[in-house]
Design a protein around this ligand. Sequence first.
Ligand SMILES: O=C(O)CCC(=O)C(=O)O
Length: 373
Amino acid sequence: MPKKAADRGTASNGVTTPDWPALRPLAPTADLSPEVLVEGQIVVIRNLLTSTLCSRYVSFLSSLSLITTPGPKKGEAVRVNDRFQIQDATFAHHLWTDTGLHDLVTQSAGWGAVPCGLNPNIRIYRYRKGQFFDQHYDEANTVMAGSPPLPARTTWTLLIYLTGAATGCVGGETVFYPEASARRAGRVDPLAIAPEVGMALLHKHGEDCMLHEGKLVDAGEKWVIRSDLCVPRKTKLYSINHVDIYIYGSIPPPQTTIYLESNHIIQTLPPSLLQTWLAERFRRLNTSVPVEPSKLPVEYATLRTLDLSWYNEGSERKAALAEELRLGMTTQGFFTLINHGASMEDIERQVDIAHHIITNTPPEEKQKLKAPI
Ligand SMILES: O=C(O)CCC(=O)C(=O)O
């Protein structure tokens, strides 16, 4: 069975944050564009990093202490390469914004939800001759991502190749294998993507991850910067009239632009408007908790039952219903309604609204409304 990729050992391993070289020079973002290789699955952005920048990075990264993979744990894919790993939210932020990745990704659709940044878990891979990453799937993880950081989920793997054929790297293709369903739909051949200097490869991971591998390098070196696209985790905020409202991000306090999803509508709110917007639409109610039935020996009255369906059953029934209502109001003062068509959810909400008003109105306000009885 294909394995999942190992994702252990983070900055808590005591590694010092590298003094990353500035991400310059770069090509103007307007000259770059995402190229979809497999719809909803694989996208590349050529020349995201310039060759000058890539070679500067390779020299710099070569000075870091890379660790050759220890043997895989049970259930993990075989990965034989040299690796450096660090939790670095600042570098992740620079990689996301300075390179234009943020603009390129957020201006195009198809990422599932609007990404908020990159996984601060930065991994550097170096594959030398004979090294490879066996077939596996990448798992989605829960992380803090974006600036300011929000609880988020990783959704797409990001690989930025720093070397390729132009630098003497032979082999090392990242190969994707169509699943049985795709093969049935006629996509038979695996898709091999050769490392190309400065090219970013994004592929969907988690439940939709395609089986893939990093092929054996035959000559030269393959260098990769690895991170992931992250989308803020969404929390169901409210459900009203069968419409679910989700909020991405955290409240309170609003820290960033918030995306609200109501069925298919996504609304973007600047933080300054969020509190008012929420207060207007989703006033939180004090939930009414029904009181326990009394254990005291009280006299019970049998309430009249009013069947509202009578209202539509001719004038005679309608008049009878009116008479029942009159009797209910002039005797016990209460009655039971049946066949009213209101759902239990609606009834509970109305009870909560009444309870909310009663419990939140100050006594002096109530006094003003006291009935003269
Ligand atoms: O290096 C590659 O080509 C593949 C890397 C990979 O599959 C991973 O990081 O999960």
